[in-house]
Design a protein around this ligand. Structure first.
Ligand code: KIV
Length: 272
């Protein structure tokens, strides 16, 4: 296997729409610090997410709920300094977007640290917040399906949209968020066919995690794809470091190639 980094053109918010139209898949990973941002972006990953999953993989909590805007801002700044040209997305953490003022103030803090897009978890009820952010020049990624900030409401980390009525509602809500101005939709833990339906219905690109192989891009938590997180991995996780003789950078390059070739996720990583 070659560890040659994938050559990259400059990436901005418009890049992903062009890639979708060209049928070109893009690879995303989380990163939380200078060195991981450097290795991830050098390996050809197009989107780095400074995710609130940092609550679990960096801070050792059992959910993302304890994560604050200050925590995310700190990690955002570290990632910004290590980034080699990837597009930088950041999570607005739990309860940081409960009012218009909070949404704008907290997004401004994260954009000043280097974020190029904010991600919000929820459905059509976030249409007004999405519109507000876009009006203020802040690109938005909507996050639907399994939304970990709502784990207590959902009753656990479960596959979403298995019920046909719920699946239909999810397609409609995704369209509402697209109309409100979201630039990207991230879809987590839904059956493959729903991942495909939403990707085909939306003009904006869809990034999947546990959403099947048909989405326009894929994302994973870095610590999952390196097999660092203790405990049983979710079905959608593949450890790219296991058996890879080229180390961490080799594992990430293999992930990027697999996403682009459409060989990841394979059927064993998908929900029916
Ligand atoms: O916080 C996170 O890491 C996420 C995942 C979907 C990648 O939101």
């Amino acid at each position: 296997m070659s560890t040659q980094a994938v050559p990259r053109k400059s990436i901005n918010v418009k890049t992903f729409m062009k890639m979708k139209q060209a049928g070109e898949k893009f690879a995303s990973l989380t990163a939380y610090d200078y060195c991981t941002a450097h290795v991830v972006s050098s390996a050809g990953v197009e989107v780095i997410l400074v995710g609130d999953s940092l609550g679990m993989v960096i801070q050792g909590h059992d959910s993302s709920l304890p994560v604050t805007v200050e925590d995310v801002a700190y990690h955002m700044g570290c990632v910004k300094r290590g980034n080699q040209g990837a597009f930088l997305m950041v999570d607005l953490p739990f309860m940081s977007y409960y009012s218009d003022l909070k949404t704008l103030e907290n997004s401004a803090i994260l954009m000043r640290e280097g974020a190029q897009m904010v991600k919000l978890e929820g459905g059509a009820w976030l249409a007004d917040s999405t519109r507000l952010l876009v009006q203020h020049g802040i690109p938005v990624c909507a996050h639907m399906g399994l939304t970990p900030q709502s784990v207590n409401h959902l009753g656990g980390y479960r596959v979403q949209g298995r019920d046909p009525q719920k699946a239909k509602e999810m397609v409609e809500e995704a369209l509402v968020l697209q109309d409100a101005g979201a630039s990207i939709l991230l879809l987590e833990c839904v059956p493959t066919e729903l991942g495909r339906a939403i990707t085909e219905k939306l003009e904006i690109p869809v990034i999947g995690i546990g959403a099947g192989p048909h989405t326009d891009g894929q994302i994973m938590v870095l610590h999952d794809m390196l097999g660092l997180y203790p405990g049983k991995p979710a079905k959608f996780v593949k450890n790219f470091l296991a058996g890879n003789s080229e180390g961490v950078q080799g594992a990430i390059i293999e992930y990027v190639k697999a996403v682009k070739a459409g060989t990841f996720p394979a059927p064993e990583h998908c929900y029916t």
